[in-house]
Structures are given as structure tokens and as C-alpha cells.
Design a protein around this ligand. Sequence first.
Ligand code: HAM
Length: 421
Amino acid sequence: MSQALQTIRGMVDIPPEQTPLWQQLEQTLRLICQQFTLQEIRFPIVEKTELFARSVGETSDIVGKEMYTFADRNDDSLSLRPEGTASCVRAAIQLGLLHHSPIQRLWYQGPMFRHERPQRGRQRQFHQFGVEYFGMHTPQADTELLLISHQLWKQLGLDQHIRLEINFLGNTDERAAHRQALVDFLQPHRASLSEEAQQRLDRNPLRLLDSKDPELQALLSGAPQLTDFLGTDSLAHFNTIQQHLNQCGVQFTVNPSLVRGLDYYTGCVFEWITDELGAQGAVAAGGRYDGLVATLGGRDSAAAGFAVGLERVLELLNQHQPVSTAHSGAYMIVLDDSAYDYAFEVSRQLRARGVTTTLDTQGGSSKSQFKRADKSLAKHAVIIGQDELNQQSLTLKSLREAQDQTTLALADALDTLTGDC
Ligand code: HAM
């Protein structure tokens, strides 16, 4: 026997027993998108590497260390998408969406790829559900994005397990002034910083703020705060979002160290965090990125969005909302090969009436077929042998309750199953 092949490290199969929970989550996501009148957009999994370099940023960990990048047969540098925002913006520009209607509320879902060290809650192929708003610069748009995610937690029964942290990164000038002050503050301590922190200081000092190193955090406690560099417009925008959240009963904390690891953010940024999944507690994250559409060649457009890490939400759902295993539908047991054509036709009629139906195609003894029927999720066994074929009838037996089996004429049997499955 040749050796069985395995998946790539950090990339997992989703086995059939787990897909019902995925489907339940996906259904809820679709429902919420409908409720908020969002439109779905789909874009390729592979893009030019340049797209992510120009958006997520050369200095970000994602582009610098984590992308699956390769040369294709034409020697073009391509990358598996590490996130959806960049592709969504590219697609919105390329498809002329913002031209036709500058206000867009879009959503997407699919696999993303990052070559990170796999651990609990962190995979190299994972799935995101994302929402991107274009053309809306108001604090009400930021608030609505937060309300969408809040509604999602509520509808999934997870709102008690996920908390919201927000921060405000300011406009380009405000950020540049803060950056300079931060560099001036840290330069005298340069020698005490790790090599990685020194590199960050040169390339992307803001990212130092979310360092987990306790010594660096102690040093940073005296560092200039971004909020002190915000002008009146930015402060008013941030305050309005907070007021709306308070009015809508959405609890949050302001975390001045929340800077996000992607370069495109501008105004309000946020993370939805759980304390129940270990180190990888961010279940969703996002914020405003007003400059990105222009950076990627589109006309200047306000933009903001967020993405949910579906595996992390599913782990929470597994802990708190196990999927229901309600029995329904019919399992067709066929006792004689000559009755299969009749069984195919009965199955077709049942499915046409909306009854989920499994037909036992293995055959064999009635005992072994009943065993398989018991293991299935079906509520009723439908038994077909020579007698049923000759009389155009069906024999029904409950698989879940102690009841005698009954034989009914086909039309009556179909009605009974339709009413009770
Ligand atoms: P992000 O924070 O990089 O943001 O990812 C969003 C979410 O994806 C995280 O909060 C986490 O739940 C999940 N996630 C990220 N990496 C992994 C991984 N290796 N394994 C499992 N889950 C992971 C973005 O991607 C932005 N595009 C979000 C956004 C949309 N901002 C504006 N619009």
C-alpha cells in the first residue's frame, strides 16, 4: 500500500460532522447581510503580490513574513490573498462599482492564507467573512459596521463572550506628528530595545505600541499618546461613535495601544476579543481606511470595514451553542433489488415535497439496512419490498419512537411523511 498523503501544516480539512455548524454560521451571516442590505462580492484567491504590498504594507508582518508568494509560469509575482480588503478595493475599482454608485455596502467570505506559526486559533489557511463600506465618511458608517458585528454575536448567542475594543488612529498629519513624537521619545532608549523592536522603530514605530514585551510596555507607558495628537474633527468623529455605541447599548473600552497590523488604517479601528480561546482572542477586527482606494488607483473614496475569523467564532460556538441534531426526513430501506426503480421514484416524489431522503444503495439484509437507518439523522424508515412494489404502497416505521410499523397506500404514505418529517 502506498503512503497516504497529508494536508500541508496549518491547513485543515473540515470533516462532514463539522460542516453543519459551518452552514449554521454561514446562514446567520447571510441573514444579517440581508438585514443590513449588503451585497455579496466574490474575487479571486490569487492576486498580484504588488496589490498587497501597496495596501497591507511592505513593513507589515503579513507582507514582510507571512504571504504565500510565488512566480507563475510567466514569472509574474503572485500571492495567495492574506486578507480580503485589498482585493475588495481592487475589484470595486476595476469593476467601476464606485463610478456607478459611490455608496457601496459589500460583503465577502472565503479562505485566506498566512504563513504564520500554527497554534490554537491560528491556521495558515483560515476563513474570513468581511464587510467593506465605500463612500461613507461619517461616524454613523463606522457605528453601523460595529452594529453589524454586534448583531452577529447576538444572533449567534455569543454576545456575552466577546468584548469590543476601539481606538482612533487619526488622519495622515496627526499620525505623522505622533509618529515623530514616539520616535523622539524612544530613540534615547534604542540600545535597550530588542533587534526586532529596533527594526520596528525605524520602519513602523506605531506597531511597537501593541508589543507583548513587558519591559517595552513599561517603557511605553510614558510615551506620547496618539489621542493627544488628534485635532477637533478627529476627536468629534471618535466621540460621536462612542455616543452612538452607548445609545445602542454596545459596551466597549478605548484601548490606546490598539494600532492594528495592517498599514492602511486611518480613523477608528476596532477589535472584537474573547478571553476564552487562549492567545488568539481576536475574533473580528477592522476600521476605517480612507486613503486606500486612491492608493490603489481609484478616485478618492471614504472606506471602512471589518473581517471576522470564522474558525475562532466556530470554536466559541462549539463551546456555547452545540449544533442541534434534530432528526428529520426519511431513510428508504429496499428489501429486493427489483424494487429499486419504485424506490427511486418514491425518493424523487418525497424530495419534490421537501422531505430530505436517503436511499440505501448498499442493499443487503433488512437488519444491516436498519442499522444504517438508525445511524442516520432520519426520523422515519420507509420500507420497500416485493409486496409494497406490487401494491404500490409503502411501509413506514418510526426510527426514533417505539411504534408499530404501518403499511399505507402510496399517496397516503407520502402525505404522512410530508406532514411529519
Ligand atoms: P486581521 O486582523 O488581519 O484584519 O484579520 C481579521 C480576523 O481574521 C482576525 O481578527 C482573526 O479572527 C482572523 N485571523 C487572522 N489571521 C488568522 C489566522 N492565521 N488563523 C485564523 N484566523 C485568523 C484583516 O484581515 C482586515 N482585512 C480586516 C478589515 C476589513 N479591515 C477593514 N476591512
